[in-house]
Design a protein around this ligand. Structure first.
Ligand code: NAG
Ligand code: NAG
Ligand code: NAG
Ligand code: NAG
Ligand code: NAG
Ligand code: NAG
Ligand code: NAG
Ligand code: NAG
Length: 273
């Protein structure tokens, strides 16, 4: 994820309208439960834990999916030194509704994207994304079953700016609402009804990824480069984002989550105790 290779093109509609919002749902998954029965079950987190990234997190909990992440007193440090760098970590576990609280100082720099993504096996997705070219706002977005619409993105101002200090970015996700908070302020509220009558409401077990990538890399599609605020100039780097801590709460308490049919509806997903 978050790597250039599996990012799809920005929707042509957004380009035609001259709007540069980011509308790229993730498009690949190892086994898509919408398409087949018998995908492996998802390991459940089933608990509440605050990962403090002053030290490497437990190998059983997180994996590095690209590059190298350093763990220091500043937190987890994700750095782009050169073209092709996109260090990323991902939880090995899934949460099935829950809460995520991140203390995060994002990377400045034209064409640099700091991001968090929750993603399920059937491509439900919830995002926080920051353009290094714009240190004043955060973009929020969601996708349901791999589908999105540029109108679903929402940008919110971050008081004090995103790149000079750590802020509290919290998500709270249940079967009846998805809420985004910045430093305790409730900025966005989404209901299933508002998400295409629940069809595109994120409602399946999700893993969390944190990473940085160059949306302004010259190999990216033009629409992506424009959305990212222009081409990345690697000689002005390194570009680093810092995540001090990540508290994750799973609202279910099983050991695994099982899709019992191909609907992707939360009611169809079994919590194995
Ligand atoms: C289901 O599988 C078919 C054939 O491999 C593929 O064309 C289609 O895109 C898949 N759909 C999903 C939702 O993964
Ligand atoms: C940052 O984005 C906001 C919202 O889209 C916009 O109003 C503002 O002008 C942008 N600032 C910069 C420096 O691009
Ligand atoms: C919204 O839901 C309908 C089915 O009710 C579906 O046909 C349509 O593709 C969905 N819209 C998007 C953007 O996925
Ligand atoms: C996105 O939403 C707009 C406004 O509701 C709608 O006109 C457009 O058809 C939608 N696009 C897609 C791809 O669903
Ligand atoms: C959400 O889940 C809870 C617990 O499983 C259930 O009691 C409640 O009815 C569900 N809410 C909706 C909107 O279906
Ligand atoms: C971070 O924000 C969330 C949402 O408002 C809040 O519940 C939480 O207490 C905040 N964390 C701290 C350490 O203040
Ligand atoms: C990239 O940054 C370097 C150092 O600031 C500068 O010399 C160079 O002209 C920049 N390249 C472009 C294409 O702007
Ligand atoms: C998952 O659900 C399917 C469909 O009900 C069932 O056949 C399968 O045995 C379940 N898997 C586990 C591990 O319980």
């Amino acid at each position: 994820m978050l790597s250039m290779s599996i990012r799809s093109l920005i929707l042509p509609a957004a380009l035609l309208l001259g709007t540069l919002q980011h509308v790229e749902a993730q498009t690949t998954t190892a086994c898509n439960p919408l398409n087949t029965t018998g995908c492996p079950t998802d390991p459940a987190f089933g608990t509440d834990y605050n990962f403090v990234f002053n030290t490497t997190p437990a190998e059983g909990a997180w994996e590095t999916t690209a590059g190298t992440v350093d763990y220091t007193d500043n937190g987890a440090e994700f750095t782009i030194n050169k073209q092709g760098d996109s260090p990323t970590i991902r939880t090995k576990f899934y949460i099935f509704f829950g809460r995520v609280e991140l203390w995060w100082k994002v990377a400045p720099g034209q064409g640099i994207i700091s991001s968090m993504m929750l993603l399920s096996d059937d491509l439900d997705e919830v995002d926080w994304e920051f353009l290094g070219a714009n240190g004043t706002v955060v973009e929020t977005n969601y996708f349901g079953k791999g589908k999105g619409n540029y109108t679903w993105e929402g940008d919110y101002a971050v008081s004090g700016g995103t790149t000079s200090d750590y802020h509290n970015y919290t998500l709270d996700w249940t079967n009846s609402s998805l809420n985004w908070y910045i430093d305790g302020e409730h900025v966005r509220h989404l209901t299933p009804e508002a998400a295409n009558n629940s069809v595109n409401y994120p409602q399946s077990p999700m893993r969390l990824s944190l990473g940085i990538w160059a949306g302004g890399d010259p190999t990216e599609p033009l629409g992506t480069i424009e959305w990212a605020g222009g081409e990345t100039n690697y000689s002005n780097g390194p570009y680093t984002m810092y995540v001090k801590s990540c508290r994750i709460t799973d609202y279910n308490t099983g050991t695994a989550y099982n899709y019992t049919d191909m609907s992707g509806d939360w009611q169809s997903i079994e919590v194995i105790k």
